[in-house]
Design a protein around this ligand. Structure first.
Ligand SMILES: Nc1ncnc2c1ncn2[C@@H]1O[C@H](COP(=O)(O)OP(=O)(O)OP(=O)(O)O)[C@@H](O)[C@H]1O
Ligand SMILES: [Mg+2]
Length: 265
C-alpha cells in the first residue's frame, strides 16, 4: 500500500495494566477501504488495541496516525467526529430508549450544534435532529431493523441488539469501523445476515477492522489478517498465509485444535 492509501497507522503502541502488557509494541497499517481481520487467543490484547484506537484508552507509548493526524492523545468524542466508530464486545445499548433513539445516538457524533442551542431547541438544532433521524432510519434499514424502530431496544434478541450497535455506529458516517466480536452469541441465520451486511459495507468502501473469535468467519471475509498473541503481532497476511503459519497454529494450540482455530473446516 502506498502512503496515500493508508487510513490508520499504529507505531509501536504499548499499553500495560499493572504487570500485564496487554498491547506490546504493536505496529500495523490499514489501507483505505480495507476489511482487516484481527484475531488472537483470549487475552491477546485485541479489545485493548481497539480501545487505544477509539480513544477509550490512551497508550503508554507509541503513536496512532489517522488520515495523517496524530490521534493517540485525543479523547474518544474527537476521534468519533474524525470518523472512528466502535461497536463494543459487550452490547452497550440505552435501555428505556427505542431502537430508533439508540441508532440516533450515533448521529450526534458529527453534529455541530452547541448544547445551548439544543436546550432551547433553536432552528439549526431541529434541522440537525431531522437529518440525524433520516440517517438513523437509513442505518436501521441497512441492518434490517427499520420495522422494529419503535420498540424498546432491550426487547430485541441478542442478534438484533448487535445489529443495532452496528446501525448506531454507521449512523455516525464513520470512515473507520471497529467491530469487536460482532458475531458472538449469534445463531446461524443471524451470522449469515451479519456476514452479508459486512460484505455490503465493505463493497460500499467502508474501512473496517473486525475482531472475531470465530476464525472461520474472519477468514471468509477479511482480505488480510493480523494475529495478536500476548500483546504482540505474531503474524500478518492473507487468510491463506495465516492458516498455514506455524506461529499462529501454536498460539491457538491448547485453546482448541489448530485446524479449528485457524478456520480449516
Ligand atoms: N481494564 C483492564 N484492567 C486490567 N487488565 C486489563 C484491562 N483490560 C484488559 N486487561 C488485561 O489485558 C490483557 C488483554 O485483554 P483484552 O481484553 O485486550 O484481550 P482480548 O484479546 O480482547 O481477549 P478476549 O478474546 O477474551 O476478548 C488481558 O490479560 C486482560 O486481563
Ligand atoms: Mg476482547
Amino acid at each position: 500500500m502506498t502512503k496515500a492509501d493508508v487510513l490508520l497507522e499504529a507505531k509501536e503502541l504499548v499499553r500495560s495494566f499493572g504487570g500485564v502488557t496487554a498491547v506490546d509494541s504493536v505496529s500495523f497499517s490499514v489501507a483505505e477501504g480495507e476489511l482487516r481481520g484481527l484475531i488472537g487467543p483470549n487475552g491477546a490484547g485485541k479489545s485493548t488495541l481497539f480501545h487505544l484506537i477509539s480513544g477509550h484508552l490512551y497508550p503508554d507509548k507509541g503513536n496512532l496516525i489517522f488520515h495523517g493526524h496524530r490521534i493517540e492523545r485525543k479523547p474518544p468524542a474527537t476521534r468519533a467526529k474524525m470518523g472512528i466508530s466502535i461497536t463494543f464486545q459487550a452490547v452497550h445499548l440505552f435501555n428505556g430508549m427505542t431502537v430508533l433513539e439508540n441508532a440516533m445516538v450515533g448521529g450526534h457524533a458529527w453534529t455541530r450544534h452547541e448544547w445551548v442551542e439544543a436546550s432551547f431547541r433553536l432552528p439549526r438544532h431541529r434541522r440537525e435532529e431531522r437529518v440525524i433521524k433520516e440517517r438513523a432510519i437509513w442505518a436501521l434499514e441497512s441492518v434490517g431493523l427499520d420495522r422494529f424502530m419503535d420498540l424498546p431496544a432491550e426487547s430485541l434478541p441478542l442478534g438484533r441488539q448487535r445489529a443495532l450497535q452496528i446501525a448506531r455506529a454507521i449512523c455516525s458516517m464513520p470512515k473507520l469501523l471497529l467491530l469487536d466480536e460482532p458475531a458472538a452469541g449469534l445463531r446461524g441465520d443471524e451470522r449469515r445476515d451479519l456476514l452479508a451486511l459486512l460484505e455490503r459495507l465493505h463493497k460500499e468502501g467502508l474501512t473496517m477492522i473486525l475482531v472475531e473469535h470465530d476464525v472461520g468467519f474472519v477468514t471468509h471475509i477479511a482480505e488480510k489478517i493480523t494475529v495478536l498473541d500476548r500483546g504482540r503481532v505474531i503474524a500478518e497476511g492473507t487468510p491463506e498465509e495465516i492458516r498455514h503459519d506455524p506461529l499462529v497454529i501454536s498460539a491457538y494450540l491448547g485453546t482448541t485444535t489448530s485446524d479449528e482455530a485457524v478456520g480449516i473446516r
